[in-house]
Design a protein around this ligand. Structure first.
Ligand code: NAG
Ligand code: NAG
Ligand code: NAG
Ligand code: NAG
Ligand code: NAG
Ligand code: NAG
Ligand code: NAG
Ligand code: NAG
Ligand code: NAG
Ligand code: NAG
Ligand code: NAG
Ligand code: NAG
Length: 854
């Protein structure tokens, strides 16, 4: 008994000493009480907090740092994939100075007692999903507050000035509204000030001029309006000023010239007017100056020579006039020069590039004359050279032929002349080369073409003659336009090896011989234009094997024979023109030949077709022997066939036109399909029954896409319900069929629209697969790569080859479907908000979409 008592006693004693040693009263008492509720409110799938147990000292817990005497000083749980709400208890810790919970999935509101945490110096909650308003503010020692990239809403509290110790404030990437409060100017020790990407309106307060320690101002991507306050010029420590994507108007204040420490000045995408103030050229430390997308006028002064540190100069999309200053050529660090879409005239400075470090030069869409300077590529780094739509003359300088860094060259629509030199056709990295609409002459079949990266080549509208080269040294060519030249000879059979080719335009040349059968190996061909040449022979039957062919123009040649009926069975074929040849026999009456325009078949010896073809009916059998015997039978048969044809024709016409259907609830629906299979098999009821919560396969903001299946044919489709279809301007509905013609293996194809007065749906085909956002987490590198390439191809097609570019909006994994073979398909945002602005819809005409744009 006594023994037992002694044991208990010594145990208690040692326990007491232990408690004493590690100062447990403080920890076990208050700090544990603050940390455990925090732990309990957090979900922790990776188990990082599993060792936060009350049996060990919290100073040994992962993510916790204590000082001596042991008090919790720092809590670092960034990027631990924790979720759930933040318990206010952690702001009761009396000694904590540093809390970093960034890069997690925390949600809910910020605890209201944040600013009463007595010792807190730094709080980082960025990159979570925290919502609600900012907590009410009281005086605090806080020096760093990073709440960026959450879902915080409401206004910035008027008394934010009470956080007078702040050196770093980032509230960017939230949904804050209202004005920037004047009291912000009481944050006089603030160095970094970011409110970018919110929904703030009103003026930038002039009081900002009192915040003398500011180094960074980043207020871009809001709706701030009025003038830029001249007081910003008082912030002489400023290094970085970014006010982009706002609604700022008026002049650029000349006081900005006082910001002698400034390295980055970004004012693009505003409504600024007037000249570039001369004082800006005092900013000798400027590295990057971007005033693009405003309405600035006047000249670019030669004073620009003062900016000896300048690397990037973006003044594009303004109203600037006068010459490009020769002084630009003296800026030793200049890498990127983009002055496109202004009214600049005169010559490009002759020695531009000689002493610069150029990588990108874009002077397109101005009124420039004279020659392309020889020295542009002296840096050896020039990869983008864009000079289209000017009046440049002379030859392409020899020096560019040795500019092996070049990747993208767009010098179309000028007056360039001379030959393509034999070095120019060996540039190894060029993937996009457009020299169309110039005055090039000479041959291109005598030099060797070795451009392994080439995807797009246009030499259209020049005076090039001789034969077509058999190869361009690239297996990646997607887009080849050699139309409107003086090429002669045959179309090389070797073009059949261009397995990525989507567009081939050889029209308006002097090509002769047959259409090579090998072209049918170009399985991705979407558009084939051989019109206005001297081609002869038959149409190869194998052309009907092209699975994606959408447009076929063989007009104005000397082709003969019959039209292969299979041509009328290419599902994708939308437009065909065979006019002005020597074709005879019967016109197919299916597919693209249905309701064909008379001008697309005229000038042949054809018969048949429907009324719109304007062709005479075909003569019936000629056999005299059987004439009498067969007459009755034939008449009957003919009538029967005619009736069948008429029915078929009416059906087909109806299918592709607008259908009006009343469903069971008596609601009138308008449906229009751009795909004959869909037209036959998808009904309003199919669409309505797919539009249910359980069928959601994609989400994009408030919009939902659903997977559906035709009840008649099991054809799968995807429907996207449009928000508020009544607010969509009527012109949208007339443009939308054009999207139906956009075809690319990596784009989800629009196959129809369906709407009533209340609801509207877009119907898509080839949309099988999983949403990328769902599978993104566990993809191997290889699969990611394949998917990324697919998306890139789609974008490349939409942006690079469409004129105007088709707007895709912001690309997010939610907009991408991935099929079983990891082929990615991009969904276009046709919801009406992006494609249509100011009650007008962009006239996006897909036929212009595969021609090289300007
Ligand atoms: C938790 O503690 C155990 C045993 O001390 C240790 O092996 C483990 O690594 C700890 N876990 C974390 C996440 O620190
Ligand atoms: C993070 O948590 C989310 C769910 O909250 C889970 O889907 C994801 O796989 C987790 N990431 C890691 C790396 O564990
Ligand atoms: C906050 O955390 C994010 C993500 O971990 C980090 O990028 C950022 O620099 C941090 N903010 C500050 C002020 O340290
Ligand atoms: C973020 O929170 C909002 C509600 O505030 C919720 O609708 C949304 O799904 C959350 N997003 C993520 C990625 O958790
Ligand atoms: C700035 O703080 C002072 C007191 O420190 C206060 O009187 C003044 O009203 C504040 N300024 C603004 C604009 O809130
Ligand atoms: C700015 O305001 C306009 C008109 O109210 C609105 O359409 C636009 O989305 C706003 N932009 C931002 C970034 O909030
Ligand atoms: C943009 O600024 C103009 C005046 O410059 C103003 O009339 C308009 O309301 C502002 N738009 C927004 C969305 O703030
Ligand atoms: C600031 O700029 C304005 C206008 O350019 C000028 O009048 C003023 O003297 C400058 N102040 C300083 C301190 O340089
Ligand atoms: C550009 O300047 C011209 C006069 O030089 C003027 O008529 C036109 O409105 C200006 N355009 C813009 C967008 O400021
Ligand atoms: C030229 O640009 C490259 C980066 O493209 C850079 O590394 C190099 O230092 C620059 N040279 C000069 C003289 O600025
Ligand atoms: C095009 O080049 C020819 C000589 O090849 C020349 O006679 C003609 O004037 C040039 N045309 C233009 C518009 O420069
Ligand atoms: C077909 O081609 C001819 C000659 O190129 C042209 O005049 C006619 O307008 C074209 N028809 C259609 C419907 O494109």
């Amino acid at each position: 008994m006594a023994k037992k008592g002694a044991e208990t006693c010594s145990w208690t004693l040692s326990m007491f000493m232990l408690l004493f040693l590690i100062n447990l009263p403080a920890l076990y008492g208050e700090e544990l009480e603050s940390l455990l509720p925090f732990r309990d409110s957090i979900k922790d799938p990776l188990g990082f907090l599993s060792n936060w147990s009350s049996s060990t000292s919290s100073c040994n817990w992962p993510g916790i740092t204590c000082d001596n005497p042991p008090h919790v000083k720092r809590i670092e749980l960034s990027g631990k994939n924790i979720s759930g709400k933040i318990s206010g208890s952690i702001f009761q810790l009396q000694y904590v100075e540093f809390i970093d919970l960034s890069d997690n999935q925390l949600l809910g509101e910020i605890p209201h007692n944040l600013f009463s945490c007595p010792s807190l110096l730094s709080l980082n909650l960025s990159n979570n999903n925290i919502s609600g308003p900012l907590p009410s503010i009281s005086i605090s020692r806080l020096e760093t507050l990073d709440l960026s990239n959450n879902m915080l809403s409401g206004k910035i509290p008027d008394n934010i000035g009470l956080l007078w110790s702040l050196k770093f404030l980032d509230l960017g990437g939230n949904i804050l509204v209202g004005k920037i409060p004047n009291s912000i100017s009481n944050l006089t020790v603030l160095q970094v000030f970011t409110l970018a990407s919110n929904k703030l309106v009103g003026q930038i307060p002039g009081e900002i001029g009192r915040m003398k320690n500011l180094k960074w101002i980043y207020l871009g991507y809001n709706n701030l309006s009025d003038e830029i306050p001249k007081e910003i010029g008082d912030l002489t420590s400023l290094n970085h000023l970014d006010l982009v994507y706002n609604n700022l108007s008026g002049l650029i204040p000349s006081s900005l010239g006082n910001l002698t420490s400034l390295q980055y000045l970004f004012l693009y995408k505003n409504k600024l007017t007037g000249p570039i103030p001369r004082s800006l050229f005092n900013l000798k430390k400027l590295v990057s100056l971007d005033l693009s997308d405003n309405s600035l006028s006047g000249e670019i002064p030669e004073l620009i020579s003062e900016l000896q540190n300048l690397e990037i100069l973006h003044l594009f999309s303004n109203n600037l006039t006068g010459k490009i200053p020769a002084a630009l050529a003296s800026l030793p660090r200049l890498q990127v020069l983009q002055l496109w879409s202004n009214k600049l005239s005169g010559k490009i400075p002759e020695d531009l590039g000689r002493r610069n470090n150029l990588t990108i030069v874009d002077l397109s869409s101005n009124f420039l004359v004279g020659k392309i300077p020889k020295s542009l590529c002296n840096s050896g780094r020039l990869f983008k050279l864009i000079l289209f739509s000017n009046s440049l003359q002379g030859e392409i300088p020899q020096s560019l032929s040795s500019c092996i860094s070049l990747r993208r060259v767009r010098i179309q629509n000028n007056r360039l002349s001379g030959d393509l030199s034999s070095e120019f056709t060996k540039l190894p990295l060029v993937y996009f080369l457009d020299i169309s609409g110039n005055n090039l002459s000479g041959r291109i079949d005598v030099q060797k073409w070795d451009m392994p990266s080439l995807e797009m080549l246009s030499l259209a509208k020049n005076k090039i003659f001789g034969e077509l080269p058999g190869s361009f040294g690239s297996g990646k060519l997607q887009n080849l336009d050699l139309s409107e030249n003086q090429f002669s000879g045959n179309i090389p059979k070797s073009f059949g090896r261009l397995s990525d080719l989507m567009l081939l335009q050889l029209s308006e040349n002097k090509l002769s011989g047959n259409i090579p059968e090998e072209l049918s190996s170009c399985k991705k061909l979407v558009s084939l234009d051989l019109s206005h040449n001297h081609l002869s022979g038959n149409i190869p039957i194998s052309l009907a094997e092209l699975p994606a062919l959408g447009q076929l123009d063989l007009s104005a040649n000397q082709l003969s024979g019959e039209i292969p009926p299979n041509l009328g069975r290419i599902e994708s074929l939308g437009e065909v023109n065979i006019s002005h040849n020597h074709f005879n026999g019967r016109l197919p009456s299916t597919g693209a030949f249905l309701a064909i325009n008379a001008s697309a078949v005229a000038g042949n010896d054809l018969c048949g077709g429907d009324a719109s073809s304007g062709l005479p009916p075909c003569k019936s059998l000629k056999s005299r022997m059987w004439w009498y015997v067969m007459t009755c039978f034939l008449v009957a048969l003919a009538m029967f066939a005619l009736a069948a044809l008429v029915i078929l024709f009416i059906q087909r016409r109806e299918e592709l036109e607008l259908k009006r259907v009343e469903n069971e609830d008596g609601i009138l629906w308008e449906m229009q399909f751009f795909d004959s299979r869909a037209s036959k098999s998808i009904t309003v009821d199919d669409i309505l029954s797919s539009a249910k919560q359980e069928n959601v396969i994609m989400r994009d903001g408030k919009e939902r896409s659903y997977g559906g299946k035709s009840s008649m044919s099991n054809m799968q489709f995807v429907v996207k319900e449009m928000n508020d279809p009544n607010s969509i301007p009527p012109s949208f509905w007339s443009v939308i069929p054009e999207f139906g013609r956009l075809r690319h293996p990596n784009i989800i194809r629009l196959i129809g629209v369906c709407r009533s007065t209340e609801r509207g749906f877009l119907v898509y085909g080839n949309a099988e697969g999983k949403n990328l956002s769902e599978i993104l987490g566990n993809l191997s590198w290889e699969r990611r790569r394949k998917i990324a390439i697919g998306i890139a191809k789609a974008l490349h097609f939409l942006h690079g080859y469409c004129s105007p570019s088709v707007l895709v909006g912001i690309i997010s994994p939610e907009k991408v479907l991935v099929d079983g073979k990891d082929e990615a398909r991009l969904s276009l945002d046709l919801s009406g908000r992006l494609a249509c602005t100011d009650n007008k819809c962009l006239q996006i005409i897909p036929s212009a979409c595969i021609a090289p744009g300007t």
